[in-house]
Design a protein around this ligand. Sequence first.
Ligand SMILES: [Zn+2]
Length: 257
Amino acid sequence: MATVVAFHAHPDDEVVLTGGTLARAAAGGHRVVVVAATDGRVRNDDVDRVSELRNSARTLGAKRVECLGYADSGFGTEFYPDPPGRVRFARADTEEAAQRLAAILREEEADLLLSYQANGGYGHRDHVQVHHVGKRAAELAGTPRVLEATMPREMLIRVANAARLLRLPAPYGRDVLRAAYAPSSSITHRINVFRFARQKRDALAAHRSQIGTTGAAARLFAVLMRLPPQVAGLMFGREWFVDPTLPAGRVYRDIFE
Ligand SMILES: [Zn+2]
C-alpha cells in the first residue's frame, strides 16, 4: 500500500481538484494525507475554514489533515499587504514553507505528492506558490513522484460556453480560460472517479461557509449543479494530472501507475 500526500492552497481545493482521486486511493487501502497551505482567511476576522477542511478530508478518507497556517493571498490584480501577525502564502519564503511540507513528507514516507502546475491552474497566486513549494519539498524529502493536479482546458471552455448559453455566471473569465490549467494533449493521468461522485459532493458540502460565496470553487460548482448532467458529468466523474517527467501521449488511469 502507498501513502499519498495531497498539497493544496485553500480549504475546498482538495475536493475540486483531487476529491475523487483521494477517495479512490483511500478505498483502495492507501494512506491519504491532506495538507493545506492556507487556512482560507484573507482577513484575520474571516471564517476559519480549517474545521471544514478536516470534515471534508475525512469524508474523502484522509487519515491526517494539516494546515500550514498561511493567510490566503486573494485572487485579482491587487495583492494585499500581510494581515497583522500573519504571512500571505504567495509572499512566504519558499524554502521555509518547503521545509515544513518536507517534514510531513518524510514523517509519512510519502510515495506520491499531489501538487499543482506552474501556472497555478487558473492563476491564483497561492496556487502558483503551491507548485514551487511542492516541487522543492519533494526534492528535500526525496519523494519519488509528484503529480500535478489539473483540468483539461478544452473541457473548461465547453463548460463556460454551456453556462453562457444557459445565462449562468461564467466560472472563469475568457481571458483566464485561454491559459488555464492544461491542454488535453499534455495530460498524463485521467482518473475515473464516477464511483466517488457522492463522496466528492458530500466533501464539498462540508465547506459550509463557502456555499453561495464568490470563491472560484463555489462559482464553478454552482454552475455545474445547474448544467445538464452530461456536461456536469464530464467534470464530476473524472480528475486529471500531469507528471512532468513523463512524455505526453500515453494516458494512465491510476495515480499509482
Ligand atoms: Zn484555491
